[in-house]
Structure formats: C-alpha cells, structure tokens
Design a protein around this ligand. Structure first.
Ligand SMILES: C[S@@+](CC[C@H](N)C(=O)[O-])C[C@H]1O[C@@H](n2cnc3c(N)ncnc32)[C@H](O)[C@@H]1O
Length: 429
C-alpha cells in the first residue's frame, strides 16, 4: 500500500472508533481481519497514523478548523510525519486508494493556520476541562507537559534480576536500538519509533520467554523501586492487577520473604500466574478473596496501593482514553481510591509503610487524595520524599517533582516517563 491507501484506511478506522466508541486496538484488529491483503508494514503504518491522530487530535483538528476523522488523519501526517499540505497532495495524487486530495479551502487552512496561535489547551492537546487540572499539577510547565503526553512513547523493559542482568539482555536485543534507561537501574529503553516504523516484537524473543525481562514503563519501574521492598519483608500488593509491580517487588526482595498479590477483579489478576511462572518468582502468593487477607491485618512491612485511576499519565500509550475521560469518571476513581486507602491501611504493621501510587497526573487523585486520607486517619506520617528519591536514584535530583512531604511525581517532559505519582507514609501508631 502507498501512503494514500494507508491514510484512507486510518481515516476509516478513526471513523469506526468515533462511531462505535471502540478501543483503538479493537478497531485496528477488526480492520486487519477484514483486509487480510494488508501486510505487517501497512498495518504498522496505519496504526501509527491512527495513534498520532488521537494523540494530536486537538492540534491536528485546529489546522483544519474541525476534528473530523479526515481532518485529524491528514493533520497527523502534517504534525508528526514531516509532510506539508502540498507534499501530501503530491504524494496522494494519482493514487486511486487515497482519500480525496486536500481541497483549495483545506490547503489554505492547513497552510495559514499556525499552531503557536492556538489556545493553550489545543497546543497541549487536552480536553478543556483537563487544562486546569494539568495547570494545578505542573504550574507554568503545564502546556509543555501536555505536549509531552501527546508524543509517541518509547518501549521500556525491566530486566528481571532474578534471571539476568542488563548487559546480558542488551546483548540479546542487539540491533533493536535498546539502550540502558536513563534512571531505572534495571531499565532498558527502545526509543520511540519514527514515521511508519514499529517497535520490535520483544515478546517473541527467547530472552522474554525465559523470563529475563518484562515490558514495563520506566516510570512504573521507578515507582516500584521507590516503594522500598526489601529481602525478607512481608509485603501486600493490594491492587496487583496483572502483576507489573508485583514482579518488580519480588525481584527487589530477591525472591525472599512473602509477597501477597491481591486484586478485586479476578479477571485482571489472571495473567499474573503465567508471568510469575515465566519470571521464576517464588515468593508470591496470589490472594483473590478479600476474606483471605484478614490474617495479614497489622502484619505487613509494606502495603502497596497501585490504585485504580484515570490513567491520565499514560495518555501517550492510550490516547483514546484522553478524549473518553469524563469528570464523572474522575469522581468515581476518587471514590474508589478513598475506599481502598481506608481498607488497605489496616494491613500495615506499626512502623511499616503504606505506599500509594497512581499513573495519574491529577492532584485530585494524588496529593489531595493522600491529604484527605491523613485527615481521616491519625498515625501515618509521610517519609522524606526528597531523601527517598535521592537515595534511590543519586545523580538524578532534577528528574522528578518532589514536594517535600507531598510525594514524588514523574512526568514525560521532566522525567521522560509516563506520568506517575508516589506517596509513602509510615505508620507511626
Ligand atoms: C493501576 S491498576 C494495577 C496495575 C498493576 N499493579 C500493575 O503494576 O500492573 C489498578 C488495579 O486496581 C484494581 N482494583 C480496583 N478496585 C479495587 C479494590 N477495591 N480492591 C483491590 N483492587 C482494586 C483493579 O482491578 C486494577 O487491576
């Protein structure tokens, strides 16, 4: 397929996503099933246009004065693929599979409209209602952070130190662009792809099958490392999901002590069994029934709450979620976070740690949530987060926002990671 056919397919997929409110991955998969002639390169290119269009939906739409699938599809190529309106028309001319060429009016709009004159929320590529929330979190840097949240993400891996070391995994991944991550000691980064490229399928690597590494954003790796799990500890991962942090904690603990992995949803927890097997974790017990957690009350050295949240820190990877999110959903997540904090705190032993994590960039789910928890519960005091960060990641003082006793926040523009928040509280009574 030439560029025109790929763009037409991307516009079709964007129409499907808009019409049927479907997740991007589902819409792309269905398109692939009904167009079996398309090769892997075509599918990757179409996927890239679709994801770019969703990441840059507002700024792409701004160029044409509307955010129709056609406008944002073309806009993605203008903003992210180094095309100009004229070079696009030249490339599409004579391609019978291409969408109609840009009209005189569209050419004029795309040539004359300037993104640097657009309102801030357009440049930041976020819904209007989210702009004040980003400003609250990032102050003057909020547009820059919005822009970074709309960029293509890297592919990050965490070396499973129970099975391998970084040099060994890097040697296996030679030729993929893999390099040591900037901050995470066991992290490996394959940079964001350009244009119609695609990341290597690392999960097909024998090294992955042998459990030498996991796919995990560097921010998630840093959050897990900051939680402070140590060999021999009793740890409860209360919202373990598919176990991304569980596996990292288990490795930090050197496969010793006990790590209980719980989640309210059995379906979310299901993949953890295969992952534990592949990664050779021997200190993890999966506890799906809340009643079976009762004996752990007051006994845990560390309780990790990787809370359900809006996921606004992961918009680079799930840009459709950015446009689907509503204030009502934010309120619902806040209610869940509050209830989980109130329940999970009871498992911390006196002197133990309660560590709260989200992959949200909104203070309402982060610092404000922890402040409200502390107002409801005596006996928990924040650790010194500056000291915590500096001791774990010396030499990276400026790579996170640290608000004294107010937690640690990671962001794409400052930290080069997904947006994450971590707040560690010690039980004092
Ligand atoms: C951010 S995800 C966890 C991701 C996971 N820790 C990881 O690193 O891959 C949040 C999880 O919280 C779970 N959850 C939601 N409400 C819960 C509750 N009341 N108790 C325990 N888990 C809950 C969800 O099912 C979801 O799997």
């Amino acid at each position: 397929m030439r560029l025109g056919g790929r763009l037409a397919a991307a516009i079709e997929v964007l129409e499907d996503i808009g019409r049927r409110h479907r997740p991007v991955a589902d819409a792309l998969r269905d398109w692939g099933l009904s167009h079996r002639f398309a090769g892997g390169g075509d599918r990757a290119a179409i996927g890239n246009i679709v994801y770019d269009a969703l990441r840059r939906k507002r700024s792409a739409g701004w160029l044409f004065g509307e955010d129709t699938p056609r406008a944002i599809g073309f806009g993605a190529l203008l903003l992210e693929w180094g095309q100009t309106a004229q070079s696009l028309n030249d490339a599409l001319d004579g391609d019978k599979f291409a969408p109609p060429l840009l009209s005189t009016g569209e050419l004029k709009a795309a040539t004359e409209r300037r993104l640097d004159e657009a309102p801030e929320a357009v440049r930041a590529d976020v819904p209007d209602w989210c702009a004040p929330l980003l400003e609250q979190a990032y102050g003057d840097a909020w547009v820059e952070e919005g822009v970074a949240l709309a960029r293509r993400p890297p592919l990050d891996l965490r070396v499973n130190t129970l099975q391998a070391d970084r040099a060994k995994v890097l040697a296996e991944l030679q030729g993929t662009g893999a390099a040591p991550a900037a901050i995470a000691p066991h992290g490996i980064r394959i940079p964001p792809i350009d244009g119609d490229g695609r990341h290597p399928n690392v999960q097909a690597e024998p090294a992955f099958q042998k459990g030498w590494f996991e796919v995990q954003d560097e921010g998630s790796q840093l959050a897990a490392a900051l939680a402070g799990a140590e060999p021999g500890m009793q740890v409860l991962d209360y919202c373990a999901g598919a176990g991304g942090k569980t596996l990292a904690l288990s490795a930090e603990m050197g496969n010793t002590g006990q790590l209980f992995a719980h989640d309210a949803e059995k379906v979310r927890l299901a993949p953890i069994f295969e992952r534990i097997r592949r990664s050779h974790n021997r200190n993890v017990q999966v506890v799906s029934k809340p009643a079976e957690l009762a004996p752990l009350t007051n006994h845990m050295d560390l309780v990790l709450i990787d809370a359900p949240c809006t996921g606004s820190g992961t918009w680079r990877r799930r840009p459709d979620a950015k446009w689907r999110l509503t204030e009502r959903q934010l309120d619902a997540r806040k209610g869940e976070q509050q209830a989980i904090l109130d329940t999970a705190q009871a498992f911390v032993k006196p002197g133990g740690l309660l560590v709260y994590i989200t992959c949200s960039v909104f203070d309402a789910e982060n610092g404000e949530q922890v402040a409200a928890f502390r107002a409801r519960h005596d006996g928990f005091a924040p650790v010194d987060h500056r000291q915590l960060w500096d001791s774990r990641f010396p030499g990276h003082q400026g790579a996170a926002r640290i608000a004294g006793t107010g937690g640690i926040s990671l962001s794409p523009a400052l930290s080069g990671t997904d947006g994450f928040y971590l707040h560690a509280l010690r039980r004092t009574a």
